[in-house]
Design a protein around this ligand. Structure first.
Ligand code: NAD
Length: 415
């Protein structure tokens, strides 16, 4: 981990100094970070409608991720205590075991045009005009060519529905470092009149699908038994097996993965609703299943693998307007959307490893509530100087609630 060793023990100011030295953060960027994100109302008012204020989320760093031999300090934006600590712990154990390997598909996004009231031979009509349709699509997505992307292919299928036969024309575009929703939607709206004219029916929905199955990222790690411990490995495998066999656990299992994935998506200004929708639809394609796998190799080490669609960008959308998103991307040092998606896959896997590690051994409440104790103390009315004392007492008593915090605070104040 090198320079980031003991990051959690540093003061906020010391951490920022380290980011300046290690990640080239300049004074202006440091000021933005120290100014709670510094999203001014004027900028915010351009981002959404009916603005009345700005809501902040904490931004932290999970250091120690070694992925394909490169060291990452991963920015994570999340309100839930213990997620970043858990990711960092899993990353450390992974690094001691050789780190993660990861790869990603080319960033190809998928979009659909729905044509209703179509005749029986609609597919033949689509195929007969495919050359012209493809040429128009290429033209409409030509803005991506300068970045190495652009139109890739199209196809169509029919659906027999309660509202009659429909044609779904599907378009694939390589959007390179963008998430690509606007690029796809522009193409789809642009091509719809040609489809109506040359194929049949009336165009209704013209929008990308968030189920970006051609844009998946994968990560893998073999956690060594000498590093993790054989009992912990058994606990992780038992916990994983419950997710495989029980949808009630599987939902929470995948939520744990998304704790990490979403936190990176939010930190880097990405559309986390898109990432969420995509991940859960992908998990449900063959019955609802875990997004990852755990198994033991012949040496008794724990192998973890994850694969999920990750339509994320390093340009466009809110990335260019959010003051902290650009800084987070700089901290991460991902050169492309594909690299970002690989990091997110590794973080998702690490997050689930950490959750199962804790659940299979001491349970998560100890670590979770320890971090949460100071929030409870503040919620009970403790002021600066009192918060730490109340939190410490709660830990000693192993009683974590606002009521217990209030009682401790009363005693502390001699009331
Ligand atoms: P965008 O419209 O900002 O497009 C990105 C732009 O970046 C491109 O048009 C291109 O000109 C430019 N660019 C510069 N360098 C590039 C590079 N190396 N690779 C690719 N492009 C480069 O953003 P977008 O990614 O098309 O759309 C994302 C936004 O769309 C998000 O804010 C998302 O919330 C929103 N959105 C999502 C949905 C959905 O998920 N269903 C629907 C509508 C809109």
């Amino acid at each position: 981990m090198g320079a980031f060793s003991g990051f959690y023990k540093k003061t906020i100011q010391e951490r920022i100094e380290l980011l300046k030295q290690e990640r080239g953060i300049n004074d202006g960027e440091a000021k933005v970070l120290l100014d709670s994100g510094a999203l001014d109302l004027e900028t915010a008012n351009r981002m959404i409608e009916n603005l009345v204020g700005v809501n902040h989320l904490p931004l932290g760093i999970a250091p120690g991720f070694r992925i394909n031999g490169k060291e990452y300090a991963v920015p994570m934006c999340i309100e839930e205590p213990s997620v970043i600590a858990a990711a960092a712990k899993a990353a450390k154990l992974a690094a001691q075991s050789g780190g993660f390997t990861a790869d990603a598909d080319e960033p190809v996004m998928t979009g659909q045009v729905q044509l209703v009231n179509v005749p029986e031979d609609v597919l033949e009509k689509f195929n007969a005009n495919k050359g012209e349709i493809a040429a128009r699509a290429k033209e409409l997505a030509s803005g991506m060519e300068m970045y190495g992307g652009g139109y890739r292919e199209c196809e169509a299928h029919t659906l027999e529905t309660s509202r009659g036969r429909m044609l779904v024309a599907v378009f694939y575009v390589d959007v390179r470092d963008a998430m690509g929703a606007n690029t796809l939607n522009t193409l789809l709206e642009g091509i719809a009149p040609l489809l109506e004219e040359k194929v049949a029916g009336e165009a209704r929905l013209r929008i990308l699908t968030n189920l970006a199955v051609r844009r998946k990222a994968r990560a893998k790690c073999t956690w060594k038994k000498e590093v993790v411990g054989e009992d912990a490995i058994e606990g992780i495998l038992d916990g994983y097996e419950l997710a495989v066999n029980d949808i009630y656990r599987c939902c929470t299992h995948n939520k744990g993965i998304m704790n990490g994935v979403d936190a990176v998506a939010v930190a880097t200004g990405n559309d986390w609703r898109a990432v969420e929708a995509s991940a859960h639809a992908y998990a449900a394609m063959d019955g609802y299943t875990p997004l990852n796998k755990f198994y033991k190799n012949e040496d008794g080490d724990l192998v973890g693998e994850i694969e999920l669609p990750l339509a994320v960008g390093t340009v466009g959308g809110a990335i260019n307007t959010s003051p902290t998103a650009g800084i987070a991307l700089k901290l991460l040092g991902a050169e492309s959307a594909m690299e970002l998606s690989m990091v997110m896959a590794a973080v998702g896997l690490a997050q689930n490893f950490a959750a199962l590690y804790a659940l299979g051994t001491e349970g998560i409440q100890k670590g979770h509530m320890k971090l949460h104790a100071s929030n409870l103390a503040a919620g009970a009315g403790a002021k600066e100087g009192e918060i730490e004392k109340v939190a410490k007492k709660m830990q000693e008593q192993n009683e974590y609630s606002v009521e217990s915090a209030k009682n401790i605070l009363k005693k502390l104040r001699g009331e």
